[in-house]
Ligand binder design. Structure first.
Ligand code: AMP
Ligand code: MG
Length: 350
């Protein structure tokens, strides 16, 4: 199959919408990452999503809608007042809410769960496609399973070329990490996956917010995750990634030493560092994560892909503060590193 990248003009949107209705897969830009879109209510289309990604069948998909009226048919209980406040405040945007599912939603879409994850994206191309197709669209990140998520049409092409007919090119993604997955079925909202909407923001809106403690650590051997995606190796570059956390001077010293050892072993190392710290690494090969957590979120997946393109066998990254969207960055970095995190100097708060 020949995969085309198209500018999302009216003709391309019409073609993409027709393909969604016909049960085919389309690459979609969203404000978080590029998604692999399919008709969420068509089990065959959904099966094709799992196949194209190489994704385990028990890792559920998020269902995307463009209008609030489209929520009711997908769920089997009235949203709680908290969920309503969150939708009023954060939709459209990078927040996914978990609801009890209706019979309309195939179990294949929810990975066998009796709950469904729903989000209203803000990206105009995603919204327009959902509207034109007239279907709720299941859209997991458009990477092959385990790889860093795509934040440009080109990245998605790298993973999906030959597997899907069409990718709509909406430019680089503004947020850069996936949506926050929030369980709103209990009394206190609980973050299952940190993302574009911070727990601090959820707490402002709802009065409280819990963060699943599996967010910043590996799962135990027999532990059952609340969010099935948490158990899989994720976002990983080919090279071995190590994160260094602590006082920034001490972190730079430790990374320089690790880099120099790796270079002596011909591991073609690469450093990922915040912009302000770049001078600390001298002539070593280093890429910038930007000036703070929000920029690091935008860049993190592209940097992990670039590490592969450069053939880096060892990658050493600075940590960012796990606050606000920084929690999402540290979750992705941590999982990409299989939680290989070195605390140096005065350990920073996780
Ligand atoms: P992705 O499609 O790559 O953005 O991943 C979506 C993630 O959302 C999955 O890996 C799950 O962890 C989470 N998710 C989706 N549906 C549910 C659900 N019903 N309950 C809990 N987590 C979910
Ligand atoms: Mg994903």
């Amino acid at each position: 199959m020949n995969t085309r990248i198209l500018k999302p003009d009216a003709a391309a949107l019409d073609e993409a919408a027709a393909r969604i209705r016909a049960g085919e897969l389309v690459g979609i830009p969203t404000e978080t990452v590029y998604g692999l879109g399919a008709d969420a209510l068509n089990p065959d289309a959904v099966r094709a999503v799992f196949e194209a990604k190489g994704r385990p069948g028990d890792n559920p998909l998020i269902v995307h809608i463009a209008r609030i009226e489209r929520l009711a048919p997908l769920i089997s209980a009235e949203p709680s007042p908290q969920a309503c406040r969150l939708m009023e405040t954060c939709w459209p945007g990078p927040l996914t809410l978990i609801f009890p599912k209706s019979d309309l939603v195939p179990l294949r879409t929810t990975g066998g769960l009796d709950t469904v994850a729903v989000r209203m994206p803000a990206h105009p191309v995603a919204r327009e496609l959902i509207e034109r197709s007239g279907r709720p669209i299941a859209a997991p990140s458009g990477n092959r399973s385990g790889r860093p998520s795509p934040t440009s049409a080109q990245h998605m092409f790298e993973d999906m070329s030959g597997r899907i007919p069409l990718i709509l090119d909406g430019g680089p993604c503004g947020v850069g990490v996936e949506s926050t997955v929030l369980d709103v079925t209990g009394p206190v909202p609980r973050v299952l996956r940190p993302g574009g909407v911070s727990p601090e923001r959820v707490a402002e809106i709802c009065g409280a917010c819990e963060v699943d403690d599996a967010v910043l650590r590996p799962l135990g051997e027999n532990e059952r995750p609340r969010s099935p995606g948490m158990k899989y190796r994720h976002y990983a570059p080919e090279g071995e990634l190590t994160i260094f956390r602590g006082d920034s001077e001490a972190v730079a010293r430790a990374i320089r030493a690790a880099y120099d050892r790796a270079e002596a072993e011909d591991s073609e190392p690469l450093i990922l560092a915040l912009e302000e710290n770049l001078p600390r690494y001298g002539a070593r090969r280093v890429r910038s994560l930007g000036t703070g957590a929000a920029q690091a979120a935008q860049r993190i997946f592209a940097m992990l892909r670039e590490a592969d393109a450069l053939g880096a066998k060892r990658i050493f990254s600075e940590a960012v503060d796990a606050e606000g969207i920084g929690l999402a960055v540290m979750n992705r970095l941590g999982r990409a590193a299989a939680f290989h995190i070195v605390d140096v100097g005065e350990a920073a708060r996780l």
